[in-house]
Write a protein that binds this ligand. Structure first.
Ligand code: GTB
Length: 217
């Protein structure tokens, strides 16, 4: 059965692959699972039909027969557990890879999201520069710790896993901020992941949605 995911009909990221459907698309491509995409507008996301899929009226969702999932991390974990390729077979290595999935979403992503929200909603405040400096420092602490652990390794725990996939999608939200760029090994890690054929296919597919219907078209 071909699964269907939901994604923004018009992503505010203008095709940069920063919305959270990107991590689900990438996981589907890594495991070689064909999928369909149901594009939803901001209004449709809040309607009962979509809230039946996603209680918070967001994207992405994942439908496979009578299985309906929301939360990008849960969807990636489901794909990683039901297909080979994104989690190691060895039980301990698998548990470590899942730990990195949680670390990406629960420890590294929150300060990055806080920074992103401030950039979007607080730029006009007189105290913005001071606030941004505090948020940047919080992000820097996490990135420094992550950079220290990654060192010169290609991936967080030996082979590429769903943990790397999620971590890279989290770090990409900082691209061009100047903060990620302070950590050359993290930039190289992101570039290494972006060079994966599965990443490129997923990126091109989400970009095609934006190209087909840019805002105002
Ligand atoms: N924890 C959930 C998950 O991981 O799936 C979070 C889902 C979520 O935040 N979805 C966002 C959404 O549907 C889209 S990805 N928002 C609409 C709403 O809440 O009404 C977040 C996002 C949006 C835009 C950019 N961007 O423009 O760069 C980046 C990320």
């Amino acid at each position: 059965m071909t699964p269907t995911i939901t994604a923004f009909a018009q992503s505010p990221d203008r095709g940069k692959g920063l919305a959270r459907d990107m991590r689900v698309r990438w996981a589907l491509e890594e495991v070689g699972q064909p999928y369909e995409v149901h594009l939803v507008s901001f209004a449709e996301m809040k309607e009962p039909a979509h809230r039946a899929r996603h209680p918070f009226g967001q994207i992405p969702t994942y439908e496979e027969g009578d299985l309906v999932l929301f939360e990008s991390g849960a969807i990636v974990l489901h794909l990683a557990e039901s297909h080979p390729g994104l989690l190691p077979d060895d039980a301990k290595a698998r548990a470590r890879a899942i730990t990195w999935m949680f670390a990406a979403l629960n420890t590294v992503e929150p300060p990055i999201v806080d920074r992103g929200i401030a950039m979007l909603t607080e730029r006009d405040k007189v105290w913005f520069a001071e606030r941004l400096s505090i948020l940047d420092d919080r992000v820097r602490v996490r990135l420094g710790e992550l950079a220290g652990r990654l060192g010169n390794a290609d991936w967080l725990d030996a082979a590429f896993s769903a943990g790397d996939l999620l971590m890279v999608t989290v770090l990409r939200r900082l691209s061009g901020s100047g903060v990620l760029e302070e950590f050359p090994n993290l930039c190289a890690y992101v570039a290494r992941a972006e060079a994966r054929p599965a990443y490129k296919r997923a990126f091109d597919d989400q970009l095609a949605v934006f190209t087909a219907r840019p805002p105002g078209a």
